[in-house]
Design a binder for this molecule. Structure first.
Ligand SMILES: CSCCC(=O)C(=O)COP(=O)(O)O
Ligand SMILES: [Mg+2]
Length: 230
């Protein structure tokens, strides 16, 4: 029986276009000023820049080089942990000023609330940092959804296509794999979760439905029907 729902964000609870056409450009636009303003005053920022320097070979005091590397990672949609941490810090200001509002599909908003009220425990697993996850759900167009979530996982637990990440999540939650349902729009993430024994549902919000033996759903109401059959 499913007791825990672990959900991805982009393409699952929220649209891909919100992440790629609103959030990423916002981070890209504000990155330069943010890094220059905080690189030597905020230890959380300098720690991330150090990690970028180590990963890229750019000197830790070469701000232009570090910013260029980060801009390249944004363009390539790289799921690098220091980039994701900095993006979360940059988006915080956008959400707090009202410039950004998190997108959430109506069906996701509806069923996250229902599942929570039915006693299911809800967790997020996204490449966006935990801070970014709390922001997108804290400031959605439909209100604050953070009260429904029991916890958040990001790439610090491992990459989303790695089976070890799901084993780490199971160990953190202290639950049996078959009691967890992972929702994602990316098949390779579902495969990794399944290899750890986790149940999955593939969110295919647009286009043709794939010919697969996997559990597929157009939206969260279909996930709910599948959940009730289990
Ligand atoms: C937490 S909102 C921003 C999501 C993000 O930065 C990203 O790269 C999308 O990752 P996901 O794992 O949700 O597909
Ligand atoms: Mg996704």
């Amino acid at each position: 029986m499913i007791r825990v729902v672990l959900t991805d964000i982009e393409g699952t609870t929220s649209s891909i276009s919100f992440v790629h056409d609103v959030l990423f450009p916002y981070a890209s636009e504000h990155l330069d000023a943010f890094v220059r303003a905080h690189h030597d005053s905020d230890p959380l920022v300098s720690e991330q820049l150090q990690a970028v320097a180590e990963k890229t070979g750019v000197a830790g005091d070469d701000l232009d080089g570090l910013i260029d590397a980060l801009q390249g990672w944004i363009r390539e949609d790289r799921k690098e942990t220091p980039l994701k941490a900095l993006q979360g810090m940059i988006w915080a200001r956008g959400y707090e000023t009202g410039e950004l509002k998190g997108h959430i599909y109506d069906d996701a908003a509806d069923y996250l609330q229902r599942w929570h009220d039915r006693g299911l425990r809800l967790f997020v697993y996204s490449s966006g940092s935990v801070k970014a996850q709390q922001l997108i759900f804290g400031y959605t167009t439909a209100g604050d959804f953070t009260p429904y979530f029991s916890g958040y996982f990001d790439t610090r637990i491992g990459g989303k296509k790695e089976v070890e990440s799901y084993r780490n999540i199971l160990a953190e939650l202290g639950v049996e794999p078959a009691t967890v349902l992972f929702l994602s729009d990316v098949e390779a993430e579902l495969e990794a979760a399944e290899a750890a024994g986790i149940k999955t549902a593939w969110l295919v919000r647009e286009g043709e439905l794939p010919d697969t033996g996997r559990m597929v759903a157009r939206d969260f109401s279909e996930v709910d029907s599948l959940l009730r059959k289990r």
